[in-house]
Design a protein around this ligand. Sequence first.
Ligand SMILES: Cc1ncc(COP(=O)(O)O)c(C=O)c1O
Length: 499
Amino acid sequence: MTETKFTLPESAIPGRWYNIQADMPNPAQPVLHPGTGEPVGPDDLAPLFPMALILQEVSQDAEIPIPEPIRDVYRLWRPTPLFRAHRLEEELGTSSHIYYKYEGVSPAGSHKPNTAVAQAYYVKDEGRTRVATETGAGQWGSALALASRLFGLECKVYMVKISYEQKPYRRSMMETWGAEVVPSPSEDTQAGRSIRADHPDSPGSLGIAISEAVEDAAGREDTAYSLGSVLNHVLTHQTVIGQEALAQMEQAGEYPDLVVGCVGGGSNFAGLSFPFLREKIAGQEALAQMEQAGEYPDLVVGCVGGGSNFAGLSFPFLREKIAGEEIEVLACEPVACPTLTRGPFAYDFGDTGQLTPLVPMHTLGHDFVPAPIHAGGLRYHGMAPLVSQLVLDGLIRAEAYTQGDVFASAVRFARSEGIIPAPEAAHAVHGVLQAAANADEAGEQRTILFNLSGHGHFDLGAYDAYLAGKLEDVALADEEIERALEAIEALPKPAAGVS
Ligand SMILES: Cc1ncc(COP(=O)(O)O)c(C=O)c1O
């Protein structure tokens, strides 16, 4: 049997983040000012974000250096381990090879600190003393509470009410690190008060909590707004995951033909998959250029240090040689909030209260309130513009699953590999189990890599409900989506967007 765990030394923590904007076949369309319909500029965003992050948001550089104080904090848990899921493979009886990158080893229990630490660093560096944010499942809030503590910032968290009630210990965690946490919709903001007046029983949503946090930050000079997903710079920060995974897959002597992640706003999925997509795009480019030249190489040469530039050029040719197959990238979402699989690509607000700029993305409409499924971090009406554009360009595919199926797969995973997945990450687990079963049925062997973005130690109430047979599957009627989409009818429309 080959190794189970592939680890890297601290010296292998990436020194740069990878910015996929430099390599996308079609750039993401600009974010618009809702008043003027014009693209927003750095000055529009300056009240909310540190300038360093605004510049990263629009940067076209492929690589952005990671400041040393951030890498120093990363040392607390990075590089994270990559596992070969031998026991899961045996349990499934699959001939496919399954690998997972485990981000649950961070102090907060998920991938979220990868960007929280970076954001807290830049807020502090610019001289602000406080951050405001929203949190769904509590993973993001925990991450920012931790990062704020490490850089000496105050932190206020608007926590989606249903999660606040379902996950009291996430709140304890944030408070232990010194953050102030309120259930959203709250009485602390105009946005929260008006939703409470109209819907006293609102379970809350990420869209509502974002409105509250943005209003809080916009109203105070000492405060920056901090978002745990969706924005370009957040996705870029997460690419430490995929860069490490590339090196670890090389250690394992394999290369994935399927890369899988769950999608809420898209950050853990992007973090794992973008460095692999970089290789796919580069290889496709080289293949296309050789075709232009009317020739096909019979010798492909590259230098090898860690091997990534060599892999970038040669793997697409190798894949043609071995199987004629392309690397496939799969995004997994809940049927209760099917942003990529059922939402149109449109301009929409990032929040319910219409305080944010207009974002080009797949969306279910900014006043869509998803059913209170246990994967709180996937209950977001929109999707990262970068992920949305890559879906339009056919580089990413999406599937949606019911929470009953997702928990069945999560329990199977826990009973073979030991780790209890966060309900969000369990969507990726389910996607992998399905892909392996499909491959076996087709008589194929695949090499599958997925992101186990967090552990579920604070989600055991959801596992209790599943084990007691009390988990409800929520069907989402077309009429509800149509109703929610009416809210964006009058907004500007993106250019066709398809390559
Ligand atoms: C463990 C975990 N995975 C995934 C997500 C979804 O967010 P994103 O799509 O930004 O990774 C969350 C969000 O809270 C989460 O806590």
